[in-house]
Write a protein that binds this ligand. Structure first.
Ligand SMILES: [Ca+2]
Ligand SMILES: [Ca+2]
Ligand SMILES: [Ca+2]
Length: 340
């Protein structure tokens, strides 16, 4: 542990100093960083490297698979959302991918090897000053570069594995707490024709809430057969409005384990990925994990019972838990286990 912390301090300081060497990056708000015009194009103009502060909203491995080569094109991927606090009404995703070399504008040797990728995951999952493993609800600062992609600006490495393009996340306050989700109806996000409201007078609309935690109450599931990890389902209300919900890959979301009541609430992160201009649609609510409670599509950490061996969380330790244990025997979480 001590060695891990010392090595973490060493590599972290190197990375921080290489970024700081380009002069001290300015602290920007999420709201300023995510500003767009009427067509959803970014209007942000700032230096190449910026600093951003916020609350971590998700465990990265519950929305994208960080395992080396997890997907044929981009390999492992890692993403977390930071939500601004107080008057900073915005949120921003921080993203890293393994196989930039498969992008048409990156040389083929521009991907991370599996070993280098795992080392990068170890670096960005931990505070460089203490070795602390980041969790949802932590307040952190990220220093790094950024790119506009399909409607929003992401903090990333600009798809370059050079260490000069590293982003660095540092801990400001552990366990500051997740922000309370803003409670909305679908009428504040969709119009009467069931089209996305981009922005509207009075503060309605999807765009001002991009990258933030939302709660939508009293909806029904329109396509229960679509339920499964990484799948998109649709919720609907009594006015005929609908909204896409992208299910994460948290262990609580498995094919066939949807037990939601006829009417339930959803808590998720409002994301935008609009793959064509204008960039005023393509919103979805991303729910990283589910704890199986039936009434609210969300996860609140461990379920009731206080039994560490109750792996599949039915309040009893038996052969079903042993089977769950056997399925994952000797697996290790990339970027969390095996870090120096
Ligand atoms: Ca946007
Ligand atoms: Ca890097
Ligand atoms: Ca059990």
């Amino acid at each position: 542990m001590l060695q891990r912390i010392i090595m973490g301090i060493g590599s972290g300081l190197l990375a921080v100093s290489s970024l700081l060497a380009q002069s001290s990056p300015p602290l920007v708000t999420h709201q300023v960083l995510q500003a767009v015009d009427d067509f959803g194009y970014s209007t942000f103009s700032g230096p190449e490297v910026i600093r951003l502060e916020g609350i971590i909203l998700n465990s990265p491995e519950e929305i994208l698979d960080p395992e080396p080569n997890a997907s044929p094109f981009m390999g492992g991927q890692w993403q977390l959302y930071l939500q601004g606090q107080g008057d900073d009404h915005g949120g921003t995703a921080v993203w890293m991918g393994q196989k930039y070399g498969n992008l048409p504008f990156v040389p083929p040797d521009g991907s991370y090897s599996d070993e280098a990728w795992l080392a990068e995951l170890c670096r960005i999952n931990h505070d460089p000053n203490t070795g602390y493993l980041f969790h949802p609800g932590d307040r952190v600062q990220v220093t790094g570069r950024y790119l506009y992609y399909n409607g929003k600006i992401n903090i990333n490495e600009q798809h370059d594995i050079a260490s000069a393009n590293d982003f660095v996340i540092t801990l400001l306050e552990p366990a500051a707490g997740l922000p309370a989700p803003e409670v909305l109806t679908l009428a504040e996000l969709k119009d009467g024709d069931d089209q996305f409201i981009f922005t509207a007078p009075g503060g309605a609309g999807c765009e001002p809430r991009q990258g933030r935690r939302l709660r939508i109450n009293n909806v029904s599931l329109l396509d229960p057969a679509a339920w499964g990890p990484g799948q998109t389902i649709h919720i609907g209300d009594r006015t005929g409005r609908t909204f896409p919900v992208l299910l994460g890959i948290g262990q609580g979301i498995q094919s066939g384990n949807c037990n939601l009541e006829a009417t339930f609430d959803v808590i998720g992160i409002l994301d935008q990925e609009d793959n064509s201009a204008p960039y005023t649609g393509g919103y979805r609510l991303w729910v990283p994990n589910y704890d199986g409670n039936g009434l609210a599509l969300t996860a609140r950490g461990h379920r009731r019972g206080n039994l560490a061996g109750d792996i599949q969380a039915d309040g009893r330790v038996d052969l079903r838990d042993l089977a769950a244990l056997a399925r994952q025997w000797l697996r290790a979480a990339p970027g969390i286990a095996g870090c120096p």
